[in-house]
Design a binder for this molecule. Structure first.
Ligand SMILES: [Zn+2]
Length: 244
């Protein structure tokens, strides 16, 4: 490995640790999105499309609600930050657990895991500028907000774009704990991010090399660099703990 590549790998690991902390809800100073509204206390009316009826309010998913880019706040310490046990594979080719729904991971409904239908799958994303400065961080908030598009990657792109006042995120690197789905892969191509760094593979819905490779489709005129499997074990362990 060249010194440059080694330096980059080291940087990616450090960034992934940050994304992991955001995913786990243990990040102390995640910037909360510029201009983003505070999360609703009891989210949308119902989530019948994605889960069991009677979804509880996101108890335990609490965060303070600053509203400016410069403020900091605790990322929700979701109930998902529990001890690992089960075995949901997050490697390409790994078999799916029998109990899982049509798709495990962030694109899956709560039915994918026996635990906590009201809790968000712990996926975290952080966007870094060309200079390596953190522009935004986000955790998957689909259940919290009742928004089917509230994946960590989409939220972090929105927050960074709002903070910068532009949609083009040239030169930026998106770091996420789980391989992006098609929606998120599409979004980060549209945002023109320079590179995507992800942790665990998502063989059932991944669109950065697993099921599809949207980000490097040669028919597209913008193709971010992809660095896969950074701190893969840690990232997968967090998800396994959630789906135990
Ligand atoms: Zn996604």
């Amino acid at each position: 490995m060249t010194p440059a590549a080694a330096g980059r790998a080291e940087r990616h690991e450090a960034w992934m640790r940050r994304a992991l902390a955001v995913a786990a809800g243990t990040a102390a100073d995640a910037p909360v999105g510029a201009g983003e509204a505070a999360p609703p206390e009891a989210a949308g009316p119902d989530l019948s499309a994605s889960g069991p009826a009677g979804r509880a309010a996101p108890a335990g998913v609490v965060r303070s609600g600053p509203d400016g880019p410069a403020t900091t706040a605790a990322v929700p310490l979701g109930p998902g930050a529990a001890a690992p046990t089960a075995a949901v594979p997050f490697r390409p080719g790994a078999a799916a657990p029998a109990a899982a729904g049509p798709a495990a991971g962030p694109a899956a409904g709560p039915a994918a895991g026996p635990a906590r239908a009201d809790a968000d799958v712990p996926v975290g994303a952080v966007l870094y500028g060309p200079d390596g400065v953190e522009l935004a961080a986000a955790r998957n908030e689909r259940e919290l907000t009742g928004d089917p598009t509230a994946h960590a990657e989409v939220l972090v792109l929105r927050r960074a774009a709002a903070a910068l006042g532009r949609w083009r995120l040239d030169g930026c690197t998106l770091v996420v704990t789980l391989e992006p789905c098609t929606m998120c892969a599409g979004a980060l191509v549209l945002a023109r991010v320079e590179a995507v760094v992800f942790g665990a593979w998502e063989p059932k819905t991944g669109a950065a090399g697993s099921l599809w490779d949207v980000v490097r489709d040669r028919r597209l005129n913008h193709r971010p660099e992809v660095y896969a499997g950074v701190l893969e074990d840690e990232c997968a362990a967090l998800l396994r703990a959630f789906f135990r």
